[in-house]
Write a protein that binds this ligand. Structure first.
Ligand SMILES: Nc1ncnc2c1ncn2[C@@H]1O[C@H](COP(=O)(O)OP(=O)(O)OP(=O)(O)O)[C@@H](O)[C@H]1O
Length: 521
């Protein structure tokens, strides 16, 4: 549980929070404010700034989280881009969660804009603020306290340790602490969040060991969801460039299943009156003179002079940055090796250079219909055997008719195959039932059976295609395959996952023979 330092820490809160000036905060309001409402907002904010300082609750980060943040803040790691990928991935998870809840309770989505399940990125060049907003599930005050600082996840210390040896921050998402990567580029971060069951709150921290939470009475109401505002460090100015953000979204967030928009500038040609100043002066005069002739003389003017001219004007609009496409719905023949590799990286949150050792993309037909993509990762996850008997360790994402349901269904694969990554999307399973009911659905057994068969075939194929394993007759049909690439793959597989196959031989009597074949090394 987080340690609350001061409930009413007026004196200290200045140094901790040092909230941006009134104008700064206004500058970051996502949809812009009209001049009229500016005044009202300014007023309400200057009141609430006091409230913020008076009522801000301060918390200390859990020790491991603090260490992690120190490492990130002081990191010389050059690939700072990864923070955006982590934030978008969190936004997408939050959207998946609310969409899932809406299957059994439509009301949770609300109406109008609230029901739009998208991600919005906005820049404020002047104030150097980058904000990412989603209309996902949002966080209650309690969630903010727990999730962003006080409860360290099991991956936190594992990641801190890993960082000390490898220094590779790229792996952060795999350890479940991706959020903190924001401090690679920002020195002050605000998380504004609204959950259906709570008020709107602001979490803020300068990564100096503490964070603060206040009820949000000054920002625009979010309706539902979360907005993360990054007050960028001086040297992180590149993230205020639209082109940079567009490239990053393309590179890292290709497989996000929700639209990602950027509030992007656009030069447009606008027709304006040729000599605007003059004519408006005249118009002003004529309207004030209020004599019957004024209209007539304006018309005469307009006939003599060119009426309009074209000027360039900058306008802003939401630009869609991604194709919301589900790779698993495509014909496997049309998906390239590179696309599978990238898809694997995004599923596994593993953004190294390594390709998966194998994959299988198939459609099952018959009583139970589903599509699936399975991957054998190039490396075993850091905690594969540590948590072998724990539930909720499955790495398969279950979708029903393209809607993400859960990645904690251990009914889909036996434990010994938990090292596989991938997803299953079924049209046969019902959409509008609770997770518990789904878990008991009879189709799951059939899905599981087929997945195991396909998984074992895929593993068998690693051996069959590996020239190093060429002591049996099936090798002829793979002679033409890219031998070099396949060479040594099976030994690599065995090294990483051999223990799982051995456990399978003990645990899965039905597939014992198949498993024995897969372990012919
Ligand atoms: N945009 C968001 N909306 C709702 N909850 C969020 C959001 N961002 C973060 N969270 C919450 O904060 C937690 C911590 O996020 P963090 O990125 O550190 O870890 P993670 O999302 O669990 O793992 P990963 O880094 O692998 O995505 C999340 O598990 C989630 O509960």
């Amino acid at each position: 549980q987080g340690q609350k330092l001061h409930a009413k820490a007026e004196d200290d809160s200045d140094s901790l929070l040092d909230p941006p000036k009134v104008e700064e905060k206004l500058g970051a309001v996502p949809n812009g404010l009209s001049t009229d409402s500016d005044v009202v907002k300014r007023e309400s904010e200057s009141i609430s700034r006091k409230t913020l300082r008076n009522t801000a609750e301060k918390f200390e980060f859990q020790a491991e989280v603090s260490r992690l943040m120190d490492i990130i803040i002081n990191s010389l790691y050059s690939n700072k881009d990864i923070f955006l990928r982590e934030l978008i991935s969190n936004a997408s998870d939050a959207l998946d969660k609310i969409r899932f809840l809406s299957l059994t309770d439509k009301e949770v989505l609300g109406e109008g804009d609230n029901a739009k399940l998208d991600i919005q990125i906005k820049l404020d060049k002047e104030k150097k603020i980058l904000s990412i907003r989603d209309r996902g599930i949002g966080m209650t005050k309690e969630d903010l306290i727990k999730n962003l600082g006080t409860i360290a996840k099991s991956g936190t210390s594992a990641f801190v340790e890993k960082m000390q040896t490898s220094g590779d921050l790229n792996l952060i998402g795999q350890f479940g602490v991706g959020f903190y990567s924001v401090y690679l580029v920002a020195d002050y971060v605000e998380v504004i969040s609204k959950h259906n069951e709570d008020k709107q709150y602001v979490w803020e921290s300068k990564a100096d060991g503490a964070f603060a939470i206040s009820e949000d009475t000054w920002n625009e109401p979010l309706g539902r969801g979360t907005e993360i505002r990054l007050h960028l460090r001086e040297e992180a100015g590149e993230y205020l460039e639209e082109s940079k953000l567009k490239d990053l979204v393309k590179k890292y967030s290709e497989f996000i299943n929700f639209p990602i928009y950027l509030w992007a500038s656009k030069e447009v040609d606008v027709e304006v009156p040729a000599d605007e100043d003059e004519s408006s002066d005249e118009a002003a005069e004529s309207s004030s003179s209020d004599d019957g002739e004024s209209e007539k003389s304006e018309d005469e003017d307009a006939e003599d002079k060119p009426k309009t001219k074209t000027i360039k004007e900058t306008t802003y609009e939401w630009e869609l940055l991604n194709d919301v496409k589900a790779i698993w719905l495509r014909n496997p023949k049309e998906v390239t090796e590179e696309e599978y590799t990238k898809f694997y990286h995004s599923l596994a949150k593993d953004f190294g250079d390594e390709k998966p050792l194998a994959w299988s993309h198939f459609t099952a037909e018959g009583d139970v219909e589903f599509k699936a993509v399975l991957f054998v990762p190039p490396k075993a996850p850091h905690d594969l055997y540590e948590s072998y008997y724990n539930a909720n360790k499955a790495n398969l994402r279950l979708y029903v008719r393209r809607v993400f349901i859960s990645d904690e269904f251990d009914e889909l694969l036996p434990k010994y195959l938990n090292f596989l990554m991938g997803l299953v999307d079924s049209d046969t399973l019902p959409l509008n039932v609770s997770r518990e009911m789904l878990q008991q659905h009879s189709s799951l057994k059939t899905i599981k059976k087929k997945l195991i068969r396909k998984a074992l075939d895929m593993i068998r194929k690693i051996a069959d295609e590996d020239p190093d394993e060429a002591n049996d007759k099936d090798k002829k049909d793979v002679e033409n395959s890219s031998d070099d690439e396949k060479k040594g793959q099976y030994a690599k597989f065995w090294n990483e996952f051999g223990k799982s196959i051995k456990l399978g031989i003990i645990e899965d009597s039905v597939n014992r023979n198949r498993l024995a074949k897969a372990s012919q090394i």
